[in-house]
Write a protein that binds this ligand. Sequence first.
Ligand SMILES: [Zn+2]
Length: 349
Amino acid sequence: MGRVSTPHGEFPTPAFMPVGTKAAVKGLTTIQLLELKTSVVLANTYHLYLRPGSDLIRRLGGLHRFMNWNGPILTDSGGYQVFSLSDLRKVTPEGVRFKSHLDGSEHQFTPELSMAVQRDLGADLVMVLDDCPHYPIAEEDVKRSLEITHQWAERCRRSELSPGQALLGIVQGSTYPQLREASAKTLAEIGFDGYAIGGLSLGESRELKTEMVDAAIQNLPEEKIHYLMGVGTPQEILSAVSQGIDLFDCVLPTRNARNGYLFTSLGPIVIKQSKYRDDANPVDPNCDCDVCKNYSRAYLRHLFISGEMNSAILNTYHNVHFYLRWMEKIRESIANNTFEELRNAVSSC
Ligand SMILES: [Zn+2]
């Protein structure tokens, strides 16, 4: 716990990164992100490499200038997107070959290329290229995959980065605790500025996920940042913080907003439901965001039903506000020594 310093400012942890895959958090301008007191955003190497191209972004002054965001940025390495989006993925010790989901063109990511792309983009926190196995998968296959992930991690560590860029290793190992443990130890030996836990939230149970986080985190340097990739609901975040996780990203607040699913202090609401048709109340009576201060559930339902663009914008604004205030609440509870009370309050509702 504490603070993370980057060339574009520092931020307190535990922190949540709104997902700005293609150099934009869907539904929010960077001015709105500032209004919401966003401290760090995530962008994606795979997407930006394919379009508009990382050399173009470099020539235009780097990702911060390109998207008009002067705060910290983390870029994912592209490993996970190659796994989840592209066709014909072929992993060899050299790298991973894949076909673009945009136009079918063939590409190869190597650890060196992923680092070069992330250097061009100029993010503050950059991720190693990893092999993200599908789930479920046999232990022997995970072992083979891990060997490659660890070799790639070493090659990323040896690659040149821009001054100030911090490199995070990624622990893999599917749902095998002994492999998660071994992966964490190997990465800690190589030595990174921070450590991520990847390859979870792929359909495994919550209990297994918790066990894997424990197996990894107990073998990682305590003083370095710990990032749990792609997690999760507000409750999952709270529980992972109790395990020692400092950094999170997830598409839930933004994607769910576009589907009319809103997080509130009283539980989630689905705004299209007819019971909100003439509901003059704000989305969340306990929320002080501009959406809740100014608009009724009835209006937001109307926007959603009518397919208005403002539906996605206002819903996203509220959901991201909800997540960021949730992180603030967690940080305050840690500072005030009331974290356990917060956990108990949440688990009992
Ligand atoms: Zn609100």
